[in-house]
Write a protein that binds this ligand. Structure first.
Ligand SMILES: Cc1ncc(COP(=O)(O)O)c(C=O)c1O
Length: 444
């Protein structure tokens, strides 16, 4: 048996091409994590890091939960794999039924994927197939949003709006996509607590796009209810309501990309419930298995699903799926995760500590270079002014210093992002913010 080397000194790092990482910079000064428990990681040099980002927005119930490990082990010894197509295994049906109890009313049909990116591409395909099945096959256009992150599949980068994720690939995207403007307006909304006051009218740009292209060409609008990867961008008050009203008026499907906001991040199971808005499709991943086994899901309104259930009984309704859709081990991990979420009230716990989190994060106002602070639920961001001619360098310097001093934090360029596991205590939140504040004070 080959165990991973415990120390970066013993690792040959040349073969592994790391994702979304400056590989050469990293390998010159590696940050190696070797263990995790509860709210903490441990590093190869034996230090402890407080996890302020739930891994990558996914470890909502904290690390190394024995209940999940046991369920995974049991499942591996019972049924390690069964074919996803034309065969079923009990765990997938059971997990879908449990999940359907958590989603907004009527969104109770569940398609399993293995990641957020696959969930997004699946949702886009379901939208196309839905319109085609109803005789509106001309609806092929998607509307995404600037600064949106919808994963890295071709569908996801086409509707997404983070320029670096698109530019490198020479414009090879889905052919019919347009974008809404992003909602960031630091001049008017800086240091808003919760949802910003200004900018709901940016949703009305959708009316302009509909006038331009024709409603009968538009399949779906996809947005993150709260943009996460772009640096936590809560929607302006009333914005999502307007998007819902306009899409409904024109027969356009509304897809909420809830890969980050799903599973309790805002203090409700999904963001749709936080905002009181039910989309037509919802993507999820990350917290669905507490991050331990790759898995994603698309939640589909019953009417959308049923529109595809019209052909002969022996015909496949959707020519789509993955070898690992509804994987038995992922479902077992997911079921054990839901047990924890329910037993510990984690999907709503955010609501009870969100005010503390908001106060803590906003206490960093006035620290060097801080130009904005944003928050909603247990998502928080501190935006720094960039260094002259070096966008992202200051954010990266803060990340490195935090890592060296015991805090795992994420940066989106020059924005530091916090999304603690939903088990975080108020003391741990204070500790995160204190550590970040100390680092900000000494970062040039
Ligand atoms: C909103 C959103 N959609 C999709 C994705 C892609 O998920 P994955 O990395 O699992 O493919 C992410 C990942 O961060 C995300 O934040």
């Amino acid at each position: 048996m080959t165990a991973p080397a415990a120390s970066s000194n013993a690792l040959d790092m040349s073969n592994y091409w790391m994702p979304f990482t400056a590989n050469r910079q990293f390998k010159a000064k590696p940050r190696i994590i070797t263990g995790a428990k509860g709210m903490h990681f441990t590093t190869d040099d034996g230090r402890t890091l407080l996890d302020s980002s739930a891994g990558l927005w996914c470890v909502n119930a904290g690390h190394a939960r024995p209940e999940i490990a046991d369920a995974v082990h049991r499942q591996l010894m019972t049924l390690d794999y069964s074919p996803a197509f034309q065969m079923g295994q009990p765990g997938a049906f059971e997990f879908a039924a449990r999940l359907a109890k958590l989603t907004p009313e009527g969104m109770d049909r569940v398609f399993f994927t293995n990641s957020g990116s696959e969930s997004v591409d699946t949702a886009l395909k379901v939208a196309l197939a839905y319109h085609k099945a109803r005789g509106e096959g001309g609806r092929t256009r998607f509307i995404g949003r600037e600064k949106g992150y919808n994963g890295v599949g071709f569908g996801g980068i086409s509707v997404g709006g983070l320029v670096n994720n698109r530019r490198q690939f020479n414009g090879q995207m889905l052919p019919s996509v347009d974008h809404l403007p992003h909602t960031v307006d630091i001049a008017k909304n800086a240091f808003s607590r919760g949802l910003p006051e200004h900018g709901a009218e940016k949703a009305d740009v959708l009316e302009g796009l509909i006038a331009l292209h024709g409603a009968d060409t538009i399949a779906a609008v996809i947005v993150e209810p709260v943009s996460g990867s772009a640096g936590v961008l809560p929607p302006p008050k009333g914005y999502l309501e307007r998007l819902r009203a306009i899409t409904e008026k024109h027969g356009i499907l509304l897809i909420f990309d809830e890969v980050i906001t799903g599973f309790g991040r805002l203090g409700t199971p999904f963001a749709g419930q936080f905002f009181g808005i039910t989309p037509d499709l919802m993507t999820a991943a990350k917290g669905i298995t507490n991050g331990v086994i790759p898995m994603g899901a698309v939640f589909v309104k019953r009417e959308v699903h049923d529109a595809l259930m019209t052909g002969p009984d022996n015909a496949m309704e959707l020519f789509h799926g993955y070898t690992y859709s509804g994987h038995p081990v992922a479902c077992a991990a997911g079921l054990a995760t839901l047990d924890i979420y329910e037993r510990e009230g984690l999907l709503t716990r955010g609501a009870s500590i969100a005010q503390h989190f908001e106060d803590a994060v906003h206490s960093l106002k006035g620290r060097p270079n801080v130009i904005d602070i944003r928050n909603v639920g247990l998502m928080g961001a501190v935006e720094l002014a960039p260094r002259a001619g070096a966008i992202g360098a200051r954010g990266m310097a803060v990340l490195q210093d935090c890592f060296d001093s015991g805090l795992l934090i994420r940066n989106a360029g020059d924005t530091l992002v916090m999304s603690p596991p939903l088990i975080a205590t108020t003391d741990e939140i204070d500790q995160m913010v204190d550590m970040l504040g100390t680092v900000l004070d000494r970062t040039a």
